[in-house]
Design a protein around this ligand. Structure first.
Ligand SMILES: [Zn+2]
Ligand SMILES: [Zn+2]
Length: 415
């Protein structure tokens, strides 16, 4: 089996990986390069963007833009596979954005014909046998893949972590569905962020519960598709006795998860409790505003609230209108509001107005957890991707495993 990393050997995001055997090509992910990352630019890849596609397929690990964002640019004869709930969440997201960003109109169309796989159910494509393994990440219904052909196996990690709510079952699943593998193609986002994962998602939830009890009115900014954080906040608000408010878009995403047949949704975390999340109402004559009645204000004044907000004029206006001394919380990567970085989001920084609590933990694994993970899989070699320092990664792990650092477009034979 030949492995080629077309992009992502030295940047976080935009990874495109190819597993090839006998002319059959299995690609993993086709997303956008993140702002601030080195720009490899548009890719020209035989069997993916051009040429004969009759023996090619694309697997999507999860719905983050740096993994799925560019699939609308691919020829439409290419078969694409992803998780079912992930597809449904992407559909809500793209429907929400299609009037602002034209590519999402294409995405809505494309998602209709995307094929879905199931966690723990092997399927094959040409000579490849593919086992999708559900992983914990800041995207819901995210996957790693065990890819095998003619006795050689590789485990493609996708983005994942071991400090989330769903991580507790991970090792058991690895044992059951993966076993030992020959190679690991591994994400290494947090190589330079040793403190990014110092908190477990469950500990963060307790912090939120404490905050919601203490502060009557809290406004939290987080990524709309960070499902675990969203449900964590919802249950923390319930426990603190605070009404929990989201807009219709956010509620639609929550409903998809609650009503899905994902193996995870049996967990109470993904179910509604005594009170469902409250949906904000749009103003009858002005869709750019939420409707704020006197009785609504009175209710909020009495009970307090947890409001899930995004940086937009609509939310800014709402926050101005509703009562209470608001505690603002940023619950996503702080790089978005650090001036001078390319990922800087001026609107978000303005909405936060400089005074906020930072309550977050990374969606990516830390290096100590990675070592535990590698010891379980016992690979012959590790190939790092989704990292801005493959050199640092090699330095860290070469004491126990050979680390094969490739450059973009370089191939290596796995045998
Ligand atoms: Zn990523
Ligand atoms: Zn991701």
């Amino acid at each position: 089996m030949k492995l080629t990393i077309h992009r992502g050997t030295d940047q976080i995001g935009g990874c495109v990986t190819e597993y090839e055997h006998n002319g059959w090509r299995l690609f993993v992910d086709y997303g956008e390069e993140l702002p601030g990352s080195p720009k490899a630019g548009e890719l020209q890849v035989e069997g993916l963007t051009q040429g004969d596609l009759s023996k090619s397929a694309l697997l999507i690990t999860h719905y983050h833009g740096d993994h799925i964002g560019n699939i609308t640019k691919l020829p439409d004869t290419l078969p694409i596979y992803m998780g079912e709930v992930a597809r449904d969440i992407q559909l809500v997201l793209s429907n929400h954005l299609k009037n602002v960003i034209p590519a999402h109109k294409e995405m809505v169309k494309l998602l209709q014909k995307v094929q879905t796989f199931k966690a723990g159910k092997t399927f094959s494509f040409g000579p490849f046998s593919i086992m999708p393994v559900t992983v914990d990440h800041s995207a819901f219904d995210a996957y790693a893949f065990r890819i095998e052909t003619y006795g050689v196996s590789a485990y493609h990690t996708g983005d994942f972590r071991l400090h989330g709510f769903r991580s507790t079952k991970f090792f058991k699943m690895l044992e059951q569905y993966v076993g030992k593998v020959d190679y690991v193609v591994c994400e290494a986002t947090n190589i330079f962020r040793p403190n990014a994962t110092s908190k477990r998602e469950s500990a963060l939830q307790l912090d939120f519960e404490f905050l919601f009890k203490e502060k009557k009115s809290t406004v939290v900014y987080l990524s709309s598709t960070n499902i675990d954080r969203l449900f964590s906040l919802y249950h923390a608000a319930l426990k603190a006795g605070r009404p929990f408010y989201v807009d219709k878009y956010q509620k639609d995403i929550m409903d998809i998860v609650v009503n899905s047949k994902s193996m995870w949704t049996k967990s109470p975390l993904y179910q509604y409790g005594k009170f469902e999340p409250e949906t904000l109402i749009y103003h009858k004559f002005d869709q750019n505003r939420f409707f704020v009645s006197d009785s609504f204000k009175e209710f909020l004044d009495k009970k307090g609230y947890v409001l899930i907000a995004r940086s937009s004029e609509r939310f800014d206006k709402l926050i101005e209108q509703i009562p209470g001394e608001k505690q603002k919380v940023l619950s996503m990567w702080e790089g978005y509001v650090k001036e001078g970085t390319e990922a800087y989001n001026e609107n978000l920084a303005n909405s936060l107005e400089g005074t906020y609590d930072y309550m977050h933990t990374s969606g990516h694994i830390d290096m100590a957890d990675l070592r535990v993970f590698f010891r379980l899989l016992q690979p012959k070699a590790i190939i790092p991707i989704h990292t801005n320092s493959p050199e640092q990664f090699a330095k860290l792990f070469h004491d126990e495993w050979p680390v094969v650092s490739l450059y973009d477009g370089q191939s290596v034979f796995l045998n």
